[in-house]
Design a binder for this molecule. Structure first.
Ligand code: ADP
Ligand code: MG
Length: 259
């Protein structure tokens, strides 16, 4: 697939390789993520989806290849540049639990408070972000233990967007959630993209969720992106790897158990 010419590339992985000891995880990982779009990276468990995100965030250093954000390499940044880069990112992790001992607004505004922003101002911003994810101001002063699981997930999303990130990384955002809550989170992810022009990279093995949130779908297999196309094309593709993944079939070209 070739991306439309007018797509500005926000994040690009170029031939990224990463191994641990002699275990090759990423072999030749290349992916272009257009600005304001959400790319879903599919892949079996243990294929290196989280490793790729950690390389993007500078938590791991690739052995080879490059990763660009806004056209500039983010590999081996100096501390100050790394901080600047991190300001562009928001993150929503599967187990991105809230701090039980902090109120919801303090959870949302955590990064702001860390930056030394005054509590009154941080709280105001937190309440705005809570509103964006459909939670009223009364939620701000409650503790996480006082709200439902679905509301907690919304608070986590509000936290992910609190610093006005340009890029949000979603690592298994709906894994382990009941279908109703998962659907709510999916809808909010789409809404964040449309309202805030957020570039999203989402990792999931939930096809339902992928179809709801993605503009583009990529499949990671044996260290490489072996498929990349629009969500529309993916729904009707003949690609046997994707079909196997969509249908959750054990038998097909993907050897899920061979690793
Ligand atoms: N820091 C690390 N040191 C050694 N092995 C790691 C490290 N991080 C991840 N791995 C291994 O790399 C493989 C891919 O991990 P990961 O990216 O978390 O998979 P997933 O696709 O499920 O997100 C796994 O086998 C994991 O054990
Ligand atoms: Mg993972």
């Amino acid at each position: 697939m070739t991306l439309a010419k007018n797509e500005k590339i926000k994040v690009e992985f170029k031939n990224v390789a990463k191994q641990f000891g002699d275990r090759v995880i990423l072999k030749d990982f290349s992916l272009k993520v257009p600005e304001g779009k959400t790319v879903v990276v599919l892949g079996g468990s243990g294929t290196g989806k989280s490793v790729s995100i950690k390389c993007l965030l500078g938590l791991l250093t690739p052995d080879n290849g490059d990763i660009l954000v806004d056209g500039e390499s983010v590999i081996n940044l100096k501390e100050k540049q790394q901080y600047k880069l991190m300001e562009k990112f928001g993150m929503l992790f599967q187990f991105g639990a809230l701090f039980d001992s902090l109120t919801n607004w303090q959870n949302v505004a955590f990064a702001l408070l860390e930056q030394g922003i005054k509590p009154a101002e941080a709280k105001k911003t937190a309440i705005e972000k809570l509103a964006l994810v459909g939670l009223g101001p009364h939620v701000a002063d409650l503790m996480p233990a006082e709200i439902s699981g679905g509301m907690k997930k919304r608070v986590s999303l509000a936290r992910a967007i609190c610093t006005n990130p340009e890029i949000v990384l979603y690592d298994e955002p709906t894994t382990g959630l009941d279908p109703i809550t998962a659907d709510t989170i999916d809808r909010l992810i789409v809404e964040m993209r449309d309202k805030l022009n957020i570039t999203g990279i989402a990792i999931t093995h939930d096809m339902q969720s992928a179809f709801k949130i993605a503009d583009y779908i990529a499949l990671l297999y044996q260290g490489e992106i072996i498929y990349y196309d629009t969500v529309e094309n993916t729904k009707t593709t003949d690609n046997p790897y994707i079909k196997q993944f969509i249908n959750g079939e054990e038998n097909g070209p993907i050897d899920f158990f061979g690793k």
